[in-house]
Ligand binder design. Structure first.
Ligand SMILES: [Zn+2]
Ligand SMILES: [Zn+2]
Length: 118
């Protein structure tokens, strides 16, 4: 029987970070200036798992398209970059505005965070 030490099991070989340079660590597209993906890119270091279970650590950037998340409340799951997380729910600006307007979400004046009214 093989015994695994906790922590080594998930990462049999501590991967060396792979330098992605100016590329997006998600979609591998070029995010350098003039590529069209330069605006709104953010530094990114992420662990990527390939289909055969190999991990690699990628060090590069994440383009704005890969940063988008799905709104939890739009029926179509609108992809948005300007999302707010309200008590664990991801909201696009439209849904947030709408729910602030009808009064089901309020903004905490102390810290600017949004919360659902109980
Ligand atoms: Zn990307
Ligand atoms: Zn929405």
């Amino acid at each position: 029987m093989t015994r695994y030490i906790f922590g080594q099991y998930a990462h049999p070989l501590k991967p060396e970070a792979i330098d992605f340079g100016e590329k997006c660590t998600e979609c591998k597209r070029d995010t350098s200036f003039g590529s069209g993906l330069f605006v709104n890119r953010i530094p990114s270091q992420m662990e990527h798992e390939s289909p055969d279970g190999e991990f690699e650590l990628r060090d590069g950037w994440m383009c704005w398209e890969c940063q988008q998340v799905e709104c939890d409340q739009c029926p179509i799951g609108e992809l948005t970059l300007e999302y707010q997380i309200v008590d664990g729910t991801i909201l696009c600006p439209n849904c947030l505005d709408e729910q602030v307007r009808v009064g089901s979400i309020f903004e905490d004046p102390d810290n600017g965070f949004f919360h659902y009214r109980d």
